[in-house]
Design a protein around this ligand. Sequence first.
Ligand code: PEP
Ligand code: MG
Length: 537
Amino acid sequence: MTRLVGQAAAPGLALGRVVEWPAAGGAAVHEAAPPRTLPEALEQAAAQLRELRERTDSAEARAILEFQVEFLGDPALLEPALPLLQQGSDPAAVWCAAIDAQIADFEASDDDYFRHRVGDLRDMRARVLAVLAGQAAAEVELPADAIVVADDIAPSRFLATRWGPRQAVVLRGGSPTAHVALLARSRALPMVVALGTAPIPPGSTAIVDGGAGTVELAPDPQALARFEQRRDALEQGRRAAERSAAGPARTRGGERVQVLLNVSDATELEGVDPALCDGIGLVRTELMFAEGPPDEATQLAAYGRLLHWAGGRQVVVRTLDAGGDKPVPGWSMPHEANPFLGTRGLRLSLRQAEGFKVQLRALLRAAAGGDGLRILLPMVTDAAEVAAVRALVAACADELRGAGLAHRLPPLGVMVEVPAAALALDRLGPIDFASIGSNDLLQYTMAAARDNPRVSPLADAAHPGFERLLGLVVQGAAAAGIPLSLCGDLAAQPAQVPRLLAAGLRSLSMPAAAVGAVKQAIAGWPAAPHEPPAGAG
Ligand code: PEP
Ligand code: MG
């Protein structure tokens, strides 16, 4: 038996046979009528990606595909190559030269945002070449127990593949923060990345542990027995979490904890029982804006759908948090050397005041149509920003009054994700509530970029500096009478829940899939003496 260690990218266990991607049934292509010109080929490739986007149900996946569609549709992409095309040069050669120059630029960038998109560019390179050759890639068909091994897998190819419950993916390269890893997590497909170049012979039996980041090749009887035991334990845990999801969230001492959902739009709530939670604690509107800012009526309808689902309970809508790692076409600033420390979130919205007012007007109108709406501001740093928003809200209310449109002023809250705001919550002017964005608060406190796997071990919520800051925020909010929640990834991690409850938090917001396991962790807190802490294992 050989045990290989990579990095954990998507949790879960699988036992199966190694299949090299895409050789196993994946190379099938059928002939299609080749386009006559390179611009036509780009349009066909973009059409394929748009079709894939229509079929995908994940907002993150749609955002990835949207980036590719936008990129292929950008007239600047082919501009330098137009003279060559007019001279009759081979379209495939011209395409390779154009996209390779972009790939080299993205690879050389010191900005993680661009480096993370190199895989998406390579994916487009191959897709356009296939279109030019008149080949339409067929869907990859994999054996039910395939352990797929690849150097890397392009997000659009991942999305075009039908993954089964017994399969897993092992990448020689990649990183846990790459798009394909995010997609694997959202599909509960075990994934190990950064395994290196050790030989993994096709056809061999392998056990993949996506949570531990390990691959056992040709497992011996003991390893197989361990696998069976762990798989049974995981399955039991999953069933117990499903049962807990339906019940209320109470600590061992009977104290009630508010459990809220994080969503990007109402489509994510299809099939989710509203009884699972106490409302919606974070609507990330930037994914609604992935194709550019929608108009007021479109936004109003989207917020209305969320309020309808919540049935009078709270719906906390965050204003656009664009910039950083989430650019929005037609909204974000051009390239900044340090985007996470630049014009993102509220800073950007305040610079785009007219566009920001469209969102505020839609929110004020939605608030009149349903109870529970609250406005949450991202990346707040100081009181002047909150005052500027209040002035814009007042101007929007005047405009709506003038137009005879029903509206209401909803509660206004802030994300606590900039350390300066965390330390001076009581100095941000009057605010109605606050929500800790632990993803950003951790990256800014630990000076460890959230999209850089090389420093991700530093972003540890157990660091005494972060724990102390968390405690100060909870105390500061209590002293100022500001209701406080936490909506970052920490709230979705059962192992972190005891830490958050011990810090004094009693409101947590998370993706629907995490609710069951988090409620279990809440029920087990505080752990009895000699018991493993709640949420461990
Ligand atoms: C956070 O920073 O924790 C958060 C919830 O916001 P986002 O992840 O969207 O930046
Ligand atoms: Mg944030």
